[in-house]
Write a protein that binds this ligand. Structure first.
Ligand code: MN
Length: 171
């Protein structure tokens, strides 16, 4: 256990992207910080194309036990429908401060090391909006000019999913 909170922003934390076919299809982008998963629903999914922004709607924090959750959220529950892990890995804050402080200020820069998502990104709150943010891939060696967000919720994947209550209310 570190007794130096200032060092924490340099350490890597986990991130998770789940693909979620609720009433509307979207991707849930989640960053571990402060003992929870800060979460956004991205209707079009994250982009690896430099400069391409994706609308990210802030949703309530999720518990860390959401890591690894896949299954079909039962009918009648919030977010009912299939959820799969679309990408996961670690991230590092590029701002040098605690990422929670940066989020509170409406702007976070970070470096992702995932299977699909890699390199520098920013997420910032749109002016005058409370819950609407933009996720943007920054120009770097990882950026892909011909990127397309590809769904992993294929028919065969769906057939293998079981009805399973999520560890907390799903958004
Ligand atoms: Mn969701």
């Amino acid at each position: 256990m570190s007794r130096h909170p200032a060092k924490k922003s340099q350490s890597s934390r986990r991130f998770l992207v789940q693909e979620h076919q609720a009433s509307h299809h979207h991707y849930d982008f989640r960053l571990e910080m402060g003992g929870v998963l800060k979460s956004w629903a991205i209707p079009k999914g994250p982009s690896m194309k430099a400069g391409q922004w994706r609308l990210a709607i802030e949703v309530p924090d999720h518990s860390l036990s959401y890591f690894g959750y896949e299954g079909i959220i039962p009918k009648g529950s919030y977010g009912a429908g299939p959820v799969i892990v679309w990408d996961e890995g670690t991230y590092r804050s590029l701002g040098g401060e605690d990422p929670l402080d940066q989020l509170a200020a409406g702007h976070l820069q970070f470096q992702l090391s995932g299977k699909k998502l890699k390199g520098a990104f920013t997420i910032h709150r749109m002016k005058g909006r409370e819950r609407e943010w933009l996720l943007i891939k920054k120009r770097d060696d990882y950026a892909e000019s011909d990127w397309e967000t590809v769904s992993e919720l294929t028919a065969s994947r769906l057939r293998r999913l079981k009805v399973k209550a999520p560890p907390c209310e799903a958004h």
